[in-house]
Each structure stands twice: as structure tokens, then as C-alpha cells.
Write a protein that binds this ligand. Sequence first.
Ligand SMILES: [Zn+2]
Ligand SMILES: [Zn+2]
Length: 329
Amino acid sequence: MFDLTFLGTAATTPTLERGLPALLVGAPRHRFLIDCGEGTQRQLLRAGTGLRRLGHIFLTHAHLDHVLGLAGLIATLGLLDLRGGLTICGSEQTLRFVAQYLGAIWPAGRAPVPIGFAVLTPGVILEERDFSVCCFPVQHRGTESLGYRFNAAPRRHVDARRMAALGVLEGPIRGALARGEAVTLPDGRRIEPEAVLQPPSPGLSVAVIGDTEEVDTLVAPVAGADLLVIESTFMDADANLAAQRGHLTAGDAGRLAAGAGVGRLILTHLSGRYDPNAVRAEAAELFPNTCVADDFDKFAVTHPARSPASVDLPREDLLQGDGNPAPGV
Ligand SMILES: [Zn+2]
Ligand SMILES: [Zn+2]
């Protein structure tokens, strides 16, 4: 249903191993880029995902490590004649900054590809047949930051015992009922889908949060998500520094994941000052199903229900354009 490709997992400054924040989320018929740190266009190429069909870019906030890659990406899209256009989405404050920054390079209407801006307010921002996207407020150093949640449409499963009791056989009739269509059996009986479908169960969901200074207000927006992606810039030993700089510790992220009952926690926005294994271990003490994302890591969140709902893609899927395996997977 959803797949994630981490394009940049560093906090604030790039390192040899990590680019600046950017995450590609694949959904049916769509690809969404969340944040666009400096160098994201090259990370897209290295990830083998290419530059086409980006469509929407969802920004968490306007700090430079999250937006400076926009101009380079737009310039390249123009040079490559990929004119599908982009819609840059974010809070009013975020977009005001981005419009000024891009406007200084390309005065009104002169950008090399059509650029649209969509001001987001918390709530549902996109509804498709099989999934929706909503955004929610995030507290981070006085910015109007947003987090995003991708929700697959609720699913209804066929109750096999009720089907058997009604004498419904496998095959196209069963398929039609599963799709919510009424059917007529060969003996003339009409079966309504409600007679054989179980109550709706929530669809898979992925929550993505950029930078944040606290987790208390985030429990409800990410509750029950199958996958939670969130920053983890500091460790608990530096909690004072984390508070001063408006970021989380790995322990904070673990507490949020446990409190919100998510399926899996993926930490990103990592500082070069820590060993990633130590960062993971600190969060995993509170929430065992935790991993640290490296650049070019891919995750799929798929039906049917598995435990956990997210699976790492097979290693061969991680071979990138240069033929080298993605690091750190
Ligand atoms: Zn940041
Ligand atoms: Zn920030």
C-alpha cells in the first residue's frame, strides 16, 4: 500500500553517510516527497527513483535543512524538460518563506516548471479512492510545523463461515461481495454484502513527523499507526541540549511510539555526534520494534496483515543505479 525511501537522514548538516532530510512516500498512483533538503535531487537519482512524477512536495517546516534542495530540484526538472509541475504544500508560514526564496531566483511566473503552492491547515488534505492524507500541527521552535499521516481506506473482510452458511461458493460471486456489491445466486437468492462482510477494520497507516520539541501533543495524531517516522536528533544524556534546540531525544521518540501504540518506529534526522546503534538502543528500551534509517533504506507497508505490518524490502531491491547495495541496510 505504502512504501518509503529515505533520501536524507541527517540532522541539520550533512555527513559523509547521510544527506539532508527528504523522504519519498509511494502510494497508489502517487509519489510524495516529504521535505527537500539540499542535495535531494542527487539522492533521488542514487536511490533509483528518478525525478519524474513527484507531483506534491509536503514540507514539515521552513528550516533550511528541510527546504534548500527545492531550487536545485526545480532547476533540474526544467533542464530535463520534465514539465509536469510541482505543488509545494505546507503551512502558511512555511510557504511564505519558500515563495520568497524561490521568488528571489525566479520572479513570479518565471520558474522553469509550473509551481503551485497549497497552504495546508490541519485535517484531511487529500482523499483518494484507496487512501487519504491528513496533516497535524507539530511544535518546533516557534515554527508552524506540520506532520503527515497516510491512511489506507478501511478494509472489510469476507466472513467465510457466513458465506458457507449461505451457500456462496468461491469465485466471482465471492469477489463481488468482497467489493461490496450485491449478487444474485444461481438459485435466485439475492445476497447483500452486509450479510457476509465483517465490520470495517482500519487500513494501514504511516505517520511522518519532521523536527519536534515535544511528543505529548503527538500521541493522538499518530495513535495506532503501523509505521511512525520521527526525528531523533539527541540522546537522553543531552536532554537539556535537545530542549534548548527544540528537538527530541531517542528516548522521547521511544516513549511516543510506546504511548501511541504504533507498530514500528523508524528514527531519522540523526546527529553525527552519536553511534546510530546507541540511538536505536535508547529508543528500543521503551519501544523494541525500533530501527534507525540510513540513506536509501526502503520500507514497505503492505496488506495482508502481517506482524509487524512493515517489512524491509529484499536486499536485491536495494541495489541502486551504481550497482552498489544501499549502505547500512
Ligand atoms: Zn531539521
Ligand atoms: Zn527544524
